[in-house]
Design a protein around this ligand. Structure first.
Ligand SMILES: [Zn+2]
Length: 81
């Protein structure tokens, strides 16, 4: 991987919205990937009422904004080591 910090959309969908699971791919960025649903299904809280006004692209953008500071911190830590 190139270590870029852009949100990106891997082939076949969106990144898993669960923090730290960058490898996961999901059709809907408001729904965790299949692996997470299988592993954590009984303890995952639904991501709220689905919003018909919010497209998958908008949801992906919201998640990218949510994670931007954390991603920047990890990138900085990686560069420093
Ligand atoms: Zn996942």
């Amino acid at each position: 991987m190139g270590g870029c910090s852009e949100p990106g959309t891997p082939d076949g969908g969106y990144r898993c919205p669960l923090p730290g699971h960058r490898e996961g791919v999901t059709d809907d960025p408001a729904v965790p990937c299949k692996d997470c649903l299988r592993e954590f299904g009984t303890i995952l809280r639904p991501a709220g009422t689905p919003s018909p006004q919010r497209s998958p692209e908008d949801t992906a953008r919201l998640l990218a904004e949510r994670d931007a500071s954390v991603r920047a911190a990890y990138d900085a830590q990686r560069r420093a080591s």
